[in-house]
Design a protein around this ligand. Structure first.
Ligand SMILES: C[S@@+](CC[C@H](N)C(=O)[O-])C[C@H]1O[C@@H](n2cnc3c(N)ncnc32)[C@H](O)[C@@H]1O
Length: 285
């Protein structure tokens, strides 16, 4: 069931969190002007050749990945509910000379309007901590399918819902089967850029905001893999590939994670391998 009231509380939290996150990132416009990219090889491989493609980047936050997609040749529209994220993305686009369109909207409102007005994209892309904010996965999948042209693809690169059952110190603490109920936190999104350090600030890490505590409640919906794949199938999106990865790109979400030189974070060596990330491509039939 769609919970717009909860989306609004999430918007307030994301507004403050986005400011804290960007406070740690040095000269981002210069980074992009010099050819920088914030994308990882995993999503670049799933996206394929982007030259001349139209792409909607759903829940694009402050636009760094969106502008990296522009650099790969796509014409990009980014959509996000956060006011500060979209303001930042527009400014970054201007200052970096990478043109893109950014829309501030609840993704459900945008999908509804774009679907009704017949907007069609070659690719819809969603990544790294986006699906967990969706209160109705089936409605989202139907909306996404409505804005992809026949033969076009949805590409998702996400943190694995199984990883989300763990507390910071790896104790099983949250329900895997949670999507229809949601988990509700008294504090909003934290400063995960400060937790991950330079790997999430490739333009250079600044001390920025210290000891950030988000005063807004947040609401997350941990959709299971089965629920996600079924929602896509019901919406007419045919699964072409599904990959699971034993690491997380750019996110040191749990204690003792070890990073490699490419920004991949693995669990401590004492743990068995578990899926921490997944990627999929589904075609609009
Ligand atoms: C972890 S970030 C995604 C990061 C993104 N992949 C990127 O390229 O930087 C999650 C984003 O989802 C957005 N969001 C949360 N709920 C939303 C909603 N209902 N509609 C649109 N955006 C939403 C937040 O504002 C936030 O920017």
């Amino acid at each position: 069931m769609l919970r717009k009231d909860m989306h609004e509380e999430n918007r307030l939290g994301w507004n403050l969190a986005t400011e804290a996150h960007n406070s740690h990132k040095a000269d981002q416009a210069g980074f992009f002007r010099n050819g920088g990219s914030t994308l990882y090889p995993e999503e670049i491989a799933l996206l394929g050749d982007l030259s001349g493609k139209s792409l909607v980047h759903l829940q694009c936050n402050a636009g760094q990945d969106s502008l990296s997609l522009v650099r790969l040749g796509a014409t990009v529209t980014g959509v996000d509910i956060s006011d500060t994220a979209v303001e930042f993305a527009r400014r970054l686009s201007d200052e970096s000379g990478l043109p893109a369109t950014f829309v501030r909207s609840d993704v459900y409102d945008w999908l509804d309007e774009a679907g009704r007005s017949g907007e069609q994209y070659d690719i819809a892309f969603s990544s790294y901590g986006a699906l967990i904010w969706l209160s109705d996965i089936r409605l989202w999948a139907r909306g996404v399918a409505s804005v992809i042209r026949p033969g076009g693809n949805l590409v998702v690169m996400e943190f694995h819902p199984f990883a989300m059952v763990f507390s910071d110190d790896w104790r099983p603490a949250y329900n895997y089967f949670d999507g229809t109920v949601g988990t509700h936190f008294e504090t909003g999104v934290g400063d995960y850029v400060a937790m991950s350090g330079e790997v999430l600030a490739p333009s250079g890490y600044l001390e920025g905001v210290q000891n950030f505590v988000n005063p807004h409640r947040s609401h997350e919906f941990n959709w299971s893999i089965g629920e996600i794949l079924t929602a896509l199938a019901e919406a007419g999106l045919k699964l072409k590939s599904f990959h699971e990865y034993p690491y997380m790109n750019g996110a040191k979400l749990f204690e003792g994670m070890q990073g490699d030189a490419d920004g991949r974070f693995y669990p401590p060596e004492t743990m068995p391998s578990i899926p921490l990330m997944y990627g999929l491509v589904a075609e609009k039939v």
